[in-house]
Design a protein around this ligand. Structure first.
Ligand code: TYM
Length: 381
């Protein structure tokens, strides 16, 4: 019997059995061996690795060996600009920025305004294109290095991708696409073609540099289906197989599901006025008991709590403090109200600073656009 998978590019739960998902997807769990090597090369430890927020991979070991051997390496990640960016989206970007800083790597960042236009009934192309620029400000505010960060906006920069995409497309049958992405007879053909564009970026650095380039993709596990196909076709097209490192999904503030733009009241957007974000957090669904008395007596469940996950995945650097919070919740000495209020205040400050940076840099996006750096797209190999 086929297993039902709750996670994929267009649907995802958050409190899922991530171990089972690995087996179904066929990726490997991240072990102390890879974490140790990555941290050694980076020259510092990383909370998202220690806590296994990034928890699985494909060929990360191969990538790190290539990096160590001085082979050309790059990073690749992206965003489907269907609306404003929320904290779940920036989670993999925070880690990607750490990789860029510590390993000195160039990053190719894809903005798939075409994908979102094709997928979302409500969105017109100019609108998803506008969000591509809007969301790019989040990369600027996160502090990515403009000299080393190259944003590709699909609908405008297609010249960089098209010749790779058609070669990829020729290798993939409709039956593979249907089985991988769950397409049906009523799926529009744009969406059927779209995955080859997301795959094409895996091979773009090799074309642009005119030399074999190893690519690592830090991204949510929901994006994995693309990379399975990318890895299948890579060698027959003479490209190195792309490696991946997958993050778990930040839950939304409601009773279930990942933080998702389809449930705006349970998502904290980087553009939310800090007070609004704080209010959303104060209304969050937690792992607490229905009454204070019961909570004091029975304790809460931080493993199923969206507020605790926010601390664990983004807002608490200190392992000792995180562990105290965990046990204080479990034993009932920490009440949800206090725990939420403290998170609300951290998120409030984060957003205030982040929004200041977004505002300050908003006219300086050009420096990040691939077209402002690589000139006329052409095949180099
Ligand atoms: P998109 O816009 O759905 O998501 C952007 C990135 O955010 C991750 N993500 C999350 N991570 C943690 N918690 C969450 N709640 C959460 N929700 C989303 C996603 O896994 C992704 O890494 N098709 C892609 C755009 C894309 C892309 C790529 C993404 C193009 N090329 C390469 C990653 C890597 C999309 O719609 O992403």
């Amino acid at each position: 019997m086929e297993e039902r998978v709750e996670v994929g590019p267009w649907a995802a739960e958050a409190f899922v059995d991530y171990e089972r998902l690995l087996k179904v997807f066929g990726a490997k769990p991240l072990t102390d061996l890879e974490v140790g090597k990555l941290e050694r090369l980076a020259g510092e430890s990383n909370a998202m690795l220690r806590r296994r927020v990034f928890y699985s991979h494909r060929d990360l070991d191969v990538y790190l060996n290539m990096y160590e051997a001085g082979r050309r390496c790059a990073l690749y990640t992206g965003r489907g600009p269907s609306g404003y960016t929320h904290l779940g989206h920036i989670l993999p970007w925070v880690f990607t920025k750490w990789l860029q800083d510590r390993l000195g790597l160039e990053l190719f960042f894809q903005m798939t305004d075409d994908e979102k236009f094709l997928h979302e009934e409500r969105l017109d192309l100019p609108e998803s294109n506008r969000f591509a620029y809007e969301n790019s400000l989040d990369l600027v505010a996160l502090g990515f290095d403009p000299r080393k960060t190259h944003i590709i906006i699909d609908s405008e920069d297609i010249g960089y991708l098209y010749s790779i995409a058609v070669r990829v497309a020729k290798k993939i049958t409709y039956s593979t696409q249907r089985a991988t992405f769950g397409f049906t007879d009523s799926t529009n053909v744009g969406l059927v073609f779209y995955p080859v564009l997301q795959i094409a970026v895996c091979f773009l650095p090799t074309e642009l540099y005119g030399e074999e380039t190893y690519v690592l993709i830090p991204a949510g596990i929901d994006q994995d289906p693309y990379w399975r196909i990318a890895r299948d076709v890579a060698q027959s097209l003479n490209y190195p197989k792309p490696s991946q490192i997958h993050n778990k999904l930040l839950p939304g503030l409601g009773p279930g599901g990942k933080m998702s733009s389809s449930k705006p009241e349970t998502a904290v957007y980087t553009t939310d006025p800090p007070d609004v974000a704080a209010q959303k957090i104060m209304k969050a669904f937690t792992g607490g008991q229905p009454t204070v008395e019961l909570h004091r007596k029975l304790g809460g469940n931080p493993d199923r709590c969206s507020v605790f996950k926010m601390y664990e995945m983004l807002f608490e650097e200190d392992d000792v403090k995180l562990s105290e919070r965990y046990w204080n919740c479990r034993t009932g000495s920490l009440l949800c109200g206090e725990c939420k209020a403290e998170l609300a205040s951290r998120v409030w400050k984060f957003l205030r600073d982040f929004q200041e940076k977004r505002e300050r840099e908003k006219d300086r996006l050009d420096r990040y656009l691939i077209r402002s750096k690589f000139g006329e797209p052409k095949m180099r190999r």
